[in-house]
Design a protein around this ligand. Structure first.
Ligand code: NOJ
Length: 555
């Protein structure tokens, strides 16, 4: 791998930024964010250093699952603009050096999708086998509810067709039958369509459910992972640099399968739910041990695959991979009130409120995550320390409008407050206190700090591409990782405790090392006879690059 080749696999070393068009910026004053508004904000994202925008679903939808229930894959929800606005947005983003990916939600459609309407009315017609139908509620097939308490079953009887259909999510989201070649063809057509309009890939929704054949009466010879591999091959035939970032929240060894065999020929990337949950536990305990354990449990990836590491996302903070007592520890610290919890497994809060606004702790969480093996994924508003609005039901509490200024509606929209797609955050974390405009003027703000972190992360391809290993530390409160790549070495050290930590690291092979240069963080450090001394503040971070005698560039 050379520096030049890193641009071929650009997604290994970029910063992703997930946003929902309808809550980002309203450009026409109707209370709903839109592509025109978003396009006005691209320079903000470019300034932040974002390399790739991930758009949450923006297609026509009855919005019973915030757009994850689609009725037409080939156009834009008219409330958000039209295809012309979409192309203008893509073109402007590209001009500023930003790529765009979007959610590919093809495990299911909305029940209002014309395919489902045709399928239920005419079992023998062209769409009759587009969904997973059964004459009787099957005894076999998949089990488990994704939204316990809200969802009652995964098979629902359709009165029109007189049969049961499978829905792994809400009952208004019937699962597509991927054993039907026509369905797989449609999925390729959707992928091909949006690539032509300028997308650089997809965040693939619910991948393990998408490729599941369990429950399909006649799966034929469909090989689930073969299907995923074929989709990847199709995508990269159309655009060799396009990426699939998958949502696969399974145990580490099961997630590994979704990258494909040793060539890594299925998903290019997976969101790292295991590591995200281990980080949560580590933060609460002020102890890096859960993170170290999780890193060791993750199986190595083929060279051209990558993890997507995040702190919070647009859903509840799922802690389902922790043990019951571990989850309870996180609940006790970060969301003791049952109203802050969801589905018995997660928290419907953003980080700053969970950490009582503690700036040191919040920054540590992001520096730590950006320093883990993978590419960072931010959720809009994290860069300014936005909070949730618990008045907004369920998971939507974290999807309040972006806070641009202290003006009306936080600068999100000129509409009347009761016309907004969703109410803004109230109280101490509302737009008066937390907004982009004020933080841009303040050198010490979280926003300016985040900009520096992003700049540092992008300029440290060793983290995105290198081999890594944890280093021994005298205290388990500190996580120290060594990255090696292309003859370059980087040390990344984070202190999860509020108290300072003085460390003597034994980084292993130090031949040729002449000194260390700071990449990020404020710690004192020294290289002395093959040992690295680092004095970290409480919640301190320190990223160091090794200077070698034979370096052709002096860092
Ligand atoms: C995962 C998405 O993140 C979530 O918001 C959605 O409800 C489900 N997939 C169903 O599409």
């Amino acid at each position: 791998m050379s520096i030049a080749r890193t641009s071929d696999v650009w997604w290994k070393n970029t910063v992703f930024y997930c946003l929902d068009v309808e809550t980002f910026q309203d450009g026409d004053g109707d209370g709903v964010g839109d592509f025109q508004g978003l396009t006005q904000r691209i320079d903000y994202l470019a300034g932040l250093g974002v390399g790739c925008i991930w758009l949450m679903p923006f297609h026509p939808s009855p919005n019973r699952d915030d757009g994850y229930d689609i009725t037409d894959y080939y156009t834009v929800d008219p409330r958000l603009g039209d295809l012309g606005d979409f192309v203008e947005f893509i073109r402007t983003a590209r001009d500023r050096g930003i790529r765009v990916i979007a959610d590919l939600v093809v495990n299911h459609t909305s029940e209002e999708h014309p395919w489902f309407q045709a399928s239920r009315e005419d079992p023998d017609g062209p769409f009759g086998d587009f969904y997973v139908w059964r004459a009787e509620k099957p005894e076999d097939g998949p089990t488990g509810l994704i939204f316990p308490g809200v969802q009652e079953e995964i098979w629902t009887r359709d009165e029109v067709r007189g049969q049961y259909y499978l829905h792994r999510f809400y009952r208004h989201q019937p699962d597509l039958n991927v054993a039907t070649p026509k369905v797989r063809h449609e999925i390729e057509k959707i992928v091909g369509f949006w690539l032509e309009l300028g997308l650089s890939g997809f965040r693939v929704d619910a991948v393990n459910f998408l490729i599941e054949v369990d429950g399909i009466e006649e799966p034929g010879d469909l090989d689930p992972h073969g299907f995923l591999g074929n989709l990847r091959a199709f995508l990269n035939r159309r655009d060799g640099q396009a990426v699939m970032l998958g949502e696969v929240n399974l145990e580490p060894e099961d997630v590994r399968r979704f990258f494909g065999d040793e060539d890594g020929d299925e998903l290019h990337m997976c969101l790292n739910f295991n590591l995200n949950q281990a980080v949560g536990l580590g933060l609460v305990r002020h102890d890096a041990e859960p993170i170290r354990r999780c890193l060791e449990a993750l199986l190595p990836l083929p060279p051209d695959n990558q993890w997507g590491n995040f702190v919070r996302n647009h859903d509840e903070w799922s802690l389902d991979k922790l043990s019951e007592s571990e989850r309870q520890e996180v609940f006790d610290a970060f969301g003791p009130d049952p109203a802050m919890q969801l589905y018995g497994r997660g928290l419907r809060r953003r980080l700053p409120t969970m950490m009582d606004g503690d700036q040191g702790w919040i920054r540590l969480a992001y520096a730590l995550t950006f320093g883990l093996p993978g590419a960072p994924v931010l959720f809009y508003g994290e860069e300014i320390g936005m909070a949730e609005n618990l008045e907004i039901p369920g998971r939507l509490s974290v999807r309040a409008p972006m806070q641009w200024s202290s003006g009306p509606n936080g600068g999100f929209s000129t509409a009347e407050p009761d016309q907004l797609r969703r109410p803004v955050v109230q109280g101490a974390f509302g737009p008066d206190e937390v907004n982009v405009a004020d933080q841009q003027q303040d050198e010490q703000s979280l926003l300016n700090w985040m900009e520096r972190l992003i700049r540092a992360r992008k300029a440290t391809p060793e983290i995105g591409h290198g081999d890594w290993r944890p280093l021994e530390t005298a205290t388990t409160a500190v996580l120290a990782l060594r990255y090696d790549w292309e003859g370059r070495t980087v040390l990344v050290v984070h202190n999860l405790a509020a108290e300072p930590a003085a460390l003597q690291l034994e980084p292993g092979d130090t031949s040729g090392w002449e000194g260390l240069s700071r990449i990020f963080g404020e710690a004192e450090y020294r290289l002395d006879a093959g040992r690295v001394t680092v004095d970290l503040q409480g919640f301190g971070s320190c990223w160091l690059r090794v200077r070698c005698a034979n370096d052709t560039i002096r860092w």
